[in-house]
Design a protein around this ligand. Structure first.
Ligand code: FES
Length: 105
């Protein structure tokens, strides 16, 4: 299981042993990241799973698809390293991924 490092809005970092095949959003919630709401269930329509990925991971993740781009465009907190964690499927290749929960819109 790849280890993912997740930082809360308050700056607390947690180590999460992520399950491959599940979304990053579901893994973050499993790991106790309560700030990740995911109220749409992971269909890229709510934006409540918004995270910032560490700069060195931006190019290593699958590219943003149009649905994800549309939702991120609505966020006041959009940054170049913004992603919807529900749209990232965990694989072993994500070993060491670092993310930070984005501010709430
Ligand atoms: Fe709703 Fe990701 S869970 S956009």
């Amino acid at each position: 299981m790849p280890t993912v490092w997740a930082t809360t809005r308050g700056g607390e970092t947690r180590q999460i042993e992520a399950r491959p095949g599940m979304s990053l959003k579901d893994n973050l919630k499993r790991g106790g990241m309560d700030e990740i709401l995911g109220i749409c269930g992971g269909c890229a329509s709510c934006g409540t799973c918004h995270v910032y990925v560490a700069e060195d991971w931006v190019e290593r993740l699958p590219p943003i698809q149009p649905d994800e781009e549309t939702i991120l465009a609505f966020s006041d907190w959009r940054e170049p390293n913004s992603r919807l964690s529900c749209q990232i499927k965990v694989t072993d290749a994500l070993e060491g991924l670092c993310v930070t929960v984005a501010p709430e819109d």
